[in-house]
Design a protein around this ligand. Structure first.
Ligand code: PLP
Length: 355
């Protein structure tokens, strides 16, 4: 039976991206060697990094003066690298979920952290509004999409300080005004590639402003200066990212990704709102287009497990909600198809009819 992949991360990638990567793992550019067997400094591999970087600059319309680097360590390493490189005295953080909280914990090791607002007391079911950001901070850190709770800040905020954003689960899903950010980072395994690589976009002249010493590997300048080749980058995930970036471009770029995301989310949320069995878990205006969270209505609570089993029997994969929310989570990243979300909605309708 056809499987529909709603995993939150690692997660769905376009089939052709997987197939093209598989081919290169068997025989890289007809060299008779695997992509996994060659030096990252081989003349054939440098063009992979160069093209991936160029495609990010093109698709995200990076202004002059921004650099793109590929690192290991996941988004979690950036929770510490960001304050290491950007926090001199004080930074502001918006607390919108588990990942934001982890970023805050690391930042506190480096200086004063002002939590401008938090929805922790409401189990992160909304994005706080109406807060102000102090003007004397080095940056404001936000998490644009809260993968676990299913809320999203889908526009670039207007604040008077440079922003730094964890875009791990919604990068490349919409156009972004990069000029508002000193740094954007994203672990690859949600919406970009397989696990193992992190993409970091940096305003180059915002680097080198902190007075502390930074270990070489944790200093962004090291990687900017060496074009991500200071040490061995994760070559296969970088290659997969390149294939995915080519696919995004072919599909019409970030505007097209944005339109698709809206279309998919509309299909699922309108069914959640219509279907008597289910309800959404977060404030309507903050609903994530990437991670759609829903639970059984209280009077149908005992149907949670049966619905999960029914949906699984119909080919849905990865729809179990995160343990801190419960219920269900349908992750709808760039590669999620309209057919996939329609199949999920069909399950919801059929299950409602049976009950
Ligand atoms: C998954 C995720 C992370 C953690 O990513 P790792 O690559 O596992 O370190 C951080 N932030 C967000 C928003 C995520 O979705």
């Amino acid at each position: 039976m056809k499987k529909y992949n709603f995993n939150a991360g690692p997660s769905i990638l376009p089939r052709e991206v997987i197939e093209n990567t598989a081919k290169q793992i068997l025989d890289f550019n007809g060299s008779g060697l695997s992509l996994a067997e060659i030096s990252h400094r081989a003349k054939d591999f440098q063009p992979v990094v160069d093209e991936a970087e160029a495609l990010i600059k093109e698709l995200m319309e990076l202004p002059q003066g921004y650099s793109v680097i590929f690192l290991g360590g996941g988004a979690s390493l950036e929770f510490c690298m960001v304050p290491y490189n950007f926090l001199e005295t004080k930074a502001a953080y918006l607390n919108t979920g588990t990942w934001a909280k982890k970023a805050i914990k690391e930042a506190k090791l480096f200086g004063e952290v002002v939590e401008v607002a938090s929805s922790a007391d409401a189990n992160y079911t909304f994005i706080p509004k109406g807060w102000t950001c102090p003007k004397d901070v080095d940056y404001l850190h936000i998490t644009t999409n809260n993968t676990i709770y299913g809320t999203e800040i889908r526009k670039d905020l207007d604040v008077e300080v440079p922003m730094i954003a964890d875009m791990s689960s919604d990068i490349f899903s919409r156009p972004v005004d990069v000029s508002k950010y000193n740094c954007i980072y994203a672990g690859a395994q949600k919406n970009m590639s397989m696990a193992g690589v992190t993409v970091i976009i940096l305003k180059t002249d915002a680097l080198g402003k902190v007075s502390r010493q930074i270990p070489t590997m944790l200093d962004y300048r090291t990687h900017v200066d060496k074009g991500s080749m200071f040490n061995t980058p994760p070559v296969v995930p970088v290659y997969t990212a390149l294939e995915n970036l080519r696919w995004i471009k072919k599909m019409g770029g970030l505007k097209a990704m944005d339109a698709l995301a809206k279309e998919r989310a509309e299909i699922v949320y309108s069914e959640i709102d219509r279907n008597k069995l289910f309800r959404g878990t977060v404030a309507h205006e903050d609903r994530s287009l990437m991670n759609i969270c829903f639970v059984m209505n209280p009077e149908y609570a005992e149907l949670e497990k049966p619905f999960f089993e029914y949906a699984t029997s119909m080919g849905m994969v990865g729809i179990k909600g995160h343990r801190s929310v419960g219920g269900f989570r349908a992750s709808c990243y760039n590669a999620q198809t309209i057919e996939g979300v329609q199949a999920l909605v069909k399950c919801m309708k059929e299950f409602e009819a049976k009950n």
